[in-house]
Design a protein around this ligand. Sequence first.
Ligand code: S3P
Length: 171
Amino acid sequence: ERYGQLNRTVVLVGMMGSGKTAVGTALARLLGVPFLDSDEEIVRAAQMSVAEIFERDGEPFFRAREREVIERLLSGPPAIVSTGGGAFISPENREMIARMGVSVWLKVDADLLWQRVRHKNTRPLLRTADPRRTLNELLAQREPAYAQAQIAVEAEEGLSVLDMAQKVARA
Ligand code: S3P
């Protein structure tokens, strides 16, 4: 399948476990553009993991770095940018992304998100007594923000990463 040339940077938004990194990597390959990941850029600059940054410097510090990184990535040539699950919650970030790129929400239901994140311990926001409940609460809180993305692509049961990437490319 052939897709037209990408003339704006696509910013993938959505919850932890929604597949932003996996789908973004496949999508970038399909479209022949670079793949960039805001968490990865923050980690590389800080020489610390996301969890360590949260612990040492706090979430507001992380959010400030996240904003700078996304702005820098949006200032470059068209690419696929994957963001952390909290990035699209800030109205300033939403405004910046709408102005400089196009947002795509990877919409995934709570059960599937939980299956994907339950065995990982890399997400500081899920280090709670009841991480499943925390995930559900975060999803409920954040859905109204994600719903403001310019495009929503829903993950149905049984769709592979490549299927999702093709669905996003068509959208
Ligand atoms: C966060 C999601 C993480 C990471 C940080 C905060 C969030 O990214 O940015 O742990 O607020 O949902 P992923 O969505 O890639 O897990």
